[in-house]
Design a protein around this ligand. Sequence first.
Ligand SMILES: *[C@@H]1O[C@H](CO)[C@@H](O)[C@H](O)[C@H]1NC(C)=O
Ligand SMILES: *[C@@H]1O[C@H](CO)[C@@H](O)[C@H](O)[C@H]1NC(C)=O
Ligand SMILES: *[C@@H]1O[C@H](CO)[C@@H](O)[C@H](O)[C@H]1NC(C)=O
Ligand SMILES: *[C@@H]1O[C@H](CO)[C@@H](O)[C@H](O)[C@H]1NC(C)=O
Length: 240
Amino acid sequence: MRKIVAVAVLGLLGALCSCLRAQASDPLDIIRQAAANWTGTLPCGGWDCVCAFKKPRGCCCVTTPLFQLEESTFMQIVGLWKDLQDLTNQIEEVTGGRNVTFAASITPITGCFGPFNRNVSISYNNVSLNQGYGYNPSMGTFTAPYAGLYSFSYTVYSNLGADGERLYHKVQLMKDGQVIASSWEDNREDAEDSATQVVLLHLKKGNQVYIELVLGRFVCGDTQGYNSFSGYLVYPLSDI
Ligand SMILES: *[C@@H]1O[C@H](CO)[C@@H](O)[C@H](O)[C@H]1NC(C)=O
Ligand SMILES: *[C@@H]1O[C@H](CO)[C@@H](O)[C@H](O)[C@H]1NC(C)=O
Ligand SMILES: *[C@@H]1O[C@H](CO)[C@@H](O)[C@H](O)[C@H]1NC(C)=O
Ligand SMILES: *[C@@H]1O[C@H](CO)[C@@H](O)[C@H](O)[C@H]1NC(C)=O
């Protein structure tokens, strides 16, 4: 009985190395031959000895299950890797989409901006923040890079420097040519005034938002860049 087991074990060892080009003097070849000649039962059950000499994986009784396990583990890892990649892409899409924000003010002026004979968009060209590149400082225009809910705010400030002069400004927040909000002043009592507006807007990709100075009106004496315009994406929407 011990001999049977010993031969079977030797046979298994031989099967693990499946190359068959060895010389007759090779001890491994003798083991292989003995295994091939073996006719008794094997301790681990069935064993197709022919395959040991034809297939490169050998033919231990656990080779096939091991190979199947290896295959299924590999396929699972491939599946997990793909899921992880998808998730990473989704995270980048969401966090990338949320990084849309800008803040800008006008270059300080001692004189006045305006009046003009048409509505003129204001170029807030001193940019302190522009992530997501939605804001074009030379145009003063924000173009929505994604559909979503956006928040915008602007401040209008004018200082005439002396009482009795006419404060006469009106600016309006525009979305693709449509007035969304406005702030204005027309009096001779104040020499200096400011106002701020905040709006929430649903935008589609490509919608443009900007601030206009209304025709005939003017903004003066902003030596500090108080006239400002800012905005950010509150949350993206797949489509609206
Ligand atoms: C295996 O069997 C062949 C004949 O079928 C014989 O020539 C050979 O010596 C045997 N090998 C061993 C190791 O028993
Ligand atoms: C979003 O902005 C933060 C802060 O500036 C930065 O660390 C991050 O890399 C940005 N993410 C993307 C996707 O641009
Ligand atoms: C631009 O604005 C910043 C404040 O955000 C200010 O410190 C700076 O002086 C301004 N630059 C110009 C050229 O007005
Ligand atoms: C300029 O703005 C004013 C005030 O909103 C508006 O009444 C007028 O139609 C605008 N002009 C043009 C050419 O859009």
